[in-house]
Design a protein around this ligand. Sequence first.
Ligand code: PBG
Length: 330
Amino acid sequence: MSDFLLQRPRRLRRTEVIRSMVRETSISPDHLIAPLFVIDGKDQKIAIKSMPGQFRYSVDLLVKECFELYALGIHSVAIFPAIDSKLKKSDARESINPKGLYPSAIKAIKDALPEMVVMTDVALDPYNSDGHDGLVDAKTGQILNDETLELLTQMSVMQAAAGADIIGPSDMMDGRVGAIRDGLDSEGFSDTAIMSYTAKYASAFYGPFRDALDSAPKAGDKKTYQMDPANSREAIKEAMLDESEGADFLMVKPGIAYLDIIQTLEQSSALPIAAYNVSGEYAMVKAAAQNGWIDGDKVMQEMLMSFRRAGADVILSYFAKEFAALYRAR
Ligand code: PBG
């Protein structure tokens, strides 16, 4: 028997010391960005039903949460605003109000905790009464590309002026990275980075997020701007465009069902790759764990590791805080 079994892979799995010696992939809180939801008001912390353990915070408590995250080793956050329905209009004008909730929240975090890296979301859906990421033509229902770019650019400049470190266009309009880069540079924000939602698919995994922001499209779906889940080469086309337009990071979203796309982009670009472990992925793990059907902590750690193995440098995940707490206690 031993004559022909020269290779016994199990030798390298025998003890934890040997296993860690040959472990190919690592993950730490350095790789994680925590998405957080902000609402108007004071002393508010409202649970999001479909995302157990996640909340909408008023600015004061958002800042407090940032301090907790920072102390645990999570040094980057991505902020998403839940806008009062009275302020949602078909022209999405509130998106560029420099006194609005969003720039105020960004500024409050940067004032209190300047070392925290703050990433933003650039899209009109939280502000648009139609619930779409771009402006909607009232007659045809079409999502208007070029008309939207001007608003996205102004929104980005406003976020940069409020102190944002990384601008995150998630709208999937054509040419938005170039328009935003141009706008930032001409307003003196050439050091503000862009993490483009490069390969963002028209996915049902965003359901709980749209509950959190009450931002689901009122009519139709997002298939005329977000990518078809059947496509892989198209992600390379989007990556080439974003890179040429000045993106600093390329993101793939959702994550778990799109690990092949993460690997494809990692192999076709020298830019850092980010993965968004989205709301539906979080909700599925939480629901199964609450039922006692899986070990939630272990599944979460395995899932986050799989993003790194596939080639992601950075991971946006609602599990960031829980991961960091387990990492610290390990
Ligand atoms: C808005 C936006 C969405 C997400 C991030 N930015 C929703 C959407 O495109 O409908 C989803 C995040 C998540 O599901 O966790 N453009």
